[in-house]
Write a protein that binds this ligand. Structure first.
Ligand code: SAM
Ligand code: SF4
Length: 341
């Protein structure tokens, strides 16, 4: 038994799935809505949004984070849809930053609202921000996102840079024949600015996303192209820990890149994460075909113990891995923006 002075989690409370993977990472979607229409994520028209009453409130999210924290979760990432479209997100950040077990609170955003919100978020306790930016060319950025917001996103990145948040991570989904000609430009960017670019392999999870295996640019190929294009070797910083993004630094110590190789080298064996959708469903894999309704428990006045036991039951059934590369692969009924990427 821990003494009254210990803050940690008892062994029995830790979340361990049936493959021995310890779950300590929770991604929370705060909205399914977005002001962008990235072609690989959602169509221009036809998305059906959740009603406000369906979304978990900030109080409900904070309660769930408390509960997960007591079960060993220490890392939280807020995402969406576009999380900064949710009103006064800094108020949620403030609540979550105060929860004792949470040591790592991060945000993934398209960057549009960052220039106006970065300071508030920082003051509320946010220290880690990933901004999605798939192209360094304004015309191509506009083509990929279907929005003319390139300058706005750069203004957001600059606001984060001025706040002194380091490192600033940029997520770039590479699609063969669309933006893979920019690999070297991204490499130059990380060597000249305090950014780490994480190249994300294109996954079949958007609506009408045009995905095909031939559109995926495998991380190995990106590394080769960067080394050839810059004349500098990339040295692994971290090889498959519990983090999906393998990190590589340039041999001269200037600049770093990361890779999320979900398709070509799935990291499922090391997966330590689960997700909660904005309407309160627990998903044990991005590609899960089933969900567990936590909102119904929270709104039905379930006690913490009951919620914990439902969470434990769901995690016991966490999938061994996704099946993207197999013929039996079935896309989940929800898209990335509806799940929380
Ligand atoms: N709207 C925010 C943003 O774009 O950063 C947060 C939500 S978005 C769904 C989270 C991440 O998922 C983004 O970095 C986005 O590029 C990535 N993403 C979306 N659809 C994807 C796909 N089909 N394959 C790979 N990554 C995808
Ligand atoms: Fe919006 Fe993010 Fe999806 Fe782009 S990737 S449409 S910014 S949710």
């Amino acid at each position: 038994m821990p003494s009254q002075f210990e803050i940690g989690n008892t062994q029995s409370e830790m979340l361990v799935d049936s493959f021995g993977r310890v779950i300590n990472n929770l991604r929370i979607s705060v909205t399914d809505r977005c002001n962008f229409r990235c072609r690989y994520c959602m169509p221009e028209e036809g998305m059906v949004w959740l009603e406000k009453s369906e979304l978990l409130t900030y109080e409900e999210i904070a309660r769930l984070v408390h509960i997960f924290g007591e079960m060993g979760v220490s890392k939280i990432r807020l995402t969406g849809g576009e999380p900064l479209m949710r009103k006064e997100l800094h108020l949620l950040v403030e609540k979550l930053a105060r929860i004792p077990h949470i040591h790592d609170l991060a945000l993934t955003t398209n960057g549009y609202f960052l220039a106006e919100q970065a300071l508030l978020l920082y003051k509320a306790g946010l220290r880690r921000i990933n901004v999605s930016m798939d192209s360094l060319d304004a015309a191509k950025f506009n083509l990929m996102t279907r929005r003319n917001y390139y300058n706005k996103v750069w203004a957001g990145l600059e606001a984060v840079e001025n706040l002194g948040i380091r490192p600033i991570k940029i997520n770039a989904v590479l699609i063969r024949g669309v933006n893979d000609d920019e690999i070297i430009n991204f490499a130059h960017l990380v060597r000249t600015k305090p950014f780490i670019v994480r190249f994300i392999e294109f996954m079949p999870i958007g609506m009408n996303d045009g995905w095909g295996p031939d559109k995926v640019v495998p991380s190995k190929e990106i590394i080769e192209r960067i080394e050839k294009g810059t004349g500098k070797k990339l040295v692994p910083v971290e090889y498959h820990g519990s983090q999906p993004a393998d990190r590589f630094a340039f041999e001269d110590g200037i600049g770093e890149v990361g890779f999320i190789s979900s398709v070509s080298e799935p990291f499922c064996n090391h997966c330590n994460r689960v997700r909660i959708t904005s309407d309160g469903k627990l998903r044990t894999c991005l590609f899960s075909l089933q969900e567990t309704d936590l909102r119904a428990l929270v709104r039905g006045n379930a006690a913490d113990g009951e919620i914990k036991s439902v969470i434990r039951g769901a995690i016991a059934k966490k999938e061994k891995g996704h099946l993207i590369n197999r013929p039996e692969f079935v896309r989940p009924s929800r898209t990335m923006s509806q799940i929380g990427g």
